[in-house]
Design a protein around this ligand. Structure first.
Ligand code: ADP
Ligand code: MG
Length: 376
């Protein structure tokens, strides 16, 4: 496939923090970028050449993207997959609308993971009340997750009994869900793969992810797991990308169980919060990979240049009146890298930024990263 080279115009659907980091990567390489996002204050718009401030299914805006961009990608999965398929008729789009459609629906996602030969938690697709009529013991205690539009633990309810599952499903107004067995997790890890073609695949080092209240809190790299287990997670991610004939950056979240078996939790058809560390600690970062993949270029080298810990900064760290945290100590630390997303309003649970701490060892990096958080 013909390579798209700078200063070509690239397009991205979505202008949140992932879009912002994509834009900065693309701009550094000399590309121009058009962002489509309905929010006038979209974080990515700060750096974009063009901001199309319109809904994601706006026909005129999509027409402009198709006409002006050499290639288009997305920074989140809840875009209209049909709009992506439509765009693909006249311009290069990656990942494909089909892959995005799979990632935006937990039922399709889990059945694809199984089709690829990989394990998921025991789950039941719940499209109507009757699906919950039978014996649910295999899925309880469990989590009822809405099939669509969930993120950061939203759209999820823990249920202990079948009656509870039925009641929660009814409360959700009957929208499609999966009932998933609650597993005992030893750890959570993720692997991010970049695939351009069958022969052009690169995987980043595996991140160990610590969540708080269903939201990613810290990523630790390298993950504190056996090298064989990390290699298996990477191999699973590649296997999934192959099964989907995926082009672009694909993130795969895993559960590690007590017996060191790996279960695929979910996938994201884009760079991932747990891959932010690649900006500061890898030879190539996940946003550069996204640019490279959409442009038909070989993936860059993914080796880790230093152990690293990434800490998410949620709006919780800001004062109630919106006052900034005290950045002084963090900014003075020579091995810390602060990334703020330029969001105008800090809200509890809202991702406002992150920082990475690099050190000779991961334990040291973790200790320093946590100490820095206490200074904010
Ligand atoms: P989201 O789209 O919100 O990230 P996830 O399905 O990844 O949704 O769930 C968020 C978090 O909830 C997971 O990272 C994990 O900590 C916990 N979780 C989700 N499903 C399970 C499960 N089946 N067993 C145990 N913990 C779970
Ligand atoms: Mg998740």
């Amino acid at each position: 496939m013909r390579a798209i080279l700078p200063p070509a115009m690239l397009g991205i659907l979505g202008g949140g923090q992932l879009g912002r980091m994509f834009v900065t990567a693309a701009k550094r390489m000399g590309y121009r970028v058009t962002v489509l996002d309905p929010d006038a204050n979209a974080p990515a718009a700060d750096f974009a050449d063009v901001h199309l401030c319109a809904p994601f299914d706006d026909a005129a805006a999509l027409q402009t993207l198709a006409a002006s961009c050499a290639a288009v990608t997305t920074e989140f999965e809840n875009v209209n997959a049909d709009a992506m398929r439509q765009l693909a008729k006249t311009t290069r789009v990656s990942p494909s609308g089909d892959c995005v459609a799979i990632a935006q629906d937990r039922i399709a996602e889990k059945s694809w993971v199984r089709k690829a030969g990989l394990p998921t938690a025991p789950y039941l697709a719940v499209e109507q009340a009757a699906d919950l009529a039978g014996d649910l013991a295999a899925y309880l205690p469990g989590i009822l997750k809405t099939a669509r539009l969930g993120y950061d633990g939203k759209g999820q309810t823990r249920v202990k009994t079948a009656d509870e599952a039925r009641a929660v499903f009814a409360e959700l107004g009957g929208q499609a869900c999966v009932l998933e067995k609650m597993l005992e997790l030893k750890l959570e890890v993720s692997a991010i793969v970049t695939r351009v073609s069958p022969a052009q695949v690169a995987v980043f080092p595996v991140a160990e992810n610590i969540h708080a209240d269903g939201i990613l809190d810290e990523s630790i790299v390298p993950a504190r797991i056996a090298p064989e287990l990390a290699a298996r997670a990477q191999q699973y991610a590649v296997q999934l990308a192959e099964a989907l004939d995926y082009v672009g950056v694909l993130a795969v979240e895993f559960f590690v169980l007590a017996d060191d078996s790996l279960v695929v939790n979910e996938i994201a058809p884009r760079p991932h919060n747990s891959g932010h560390y690649t900006i500061d600690a890898c030879a190539t970062d996940q946003y550069q990979q996204q640019v490279r993949a959409m442009c038909g270029l070989l993936p860059g080298k993914t080796e880790l240049l230093s152990p690293v810990v990434m800490v998410n900064l949620l709006g919780d760290v800001w004062a109630e009146d919106g006052g900034e945290p005290n950045w002084a100590v963090l900014m003075e630390a020579p091995n810390a890298h602060l990334h703020l997303y330029g969001k105008k309003q800090a809200r509890v649970g809202r991702k406002m930024g992150h920082y990475c701490v690099l050190a000779d060892g991961v334990d040291d990096a973790l200790e320093q990263a946590r100490a820095l958080k206490d200074t904010l």
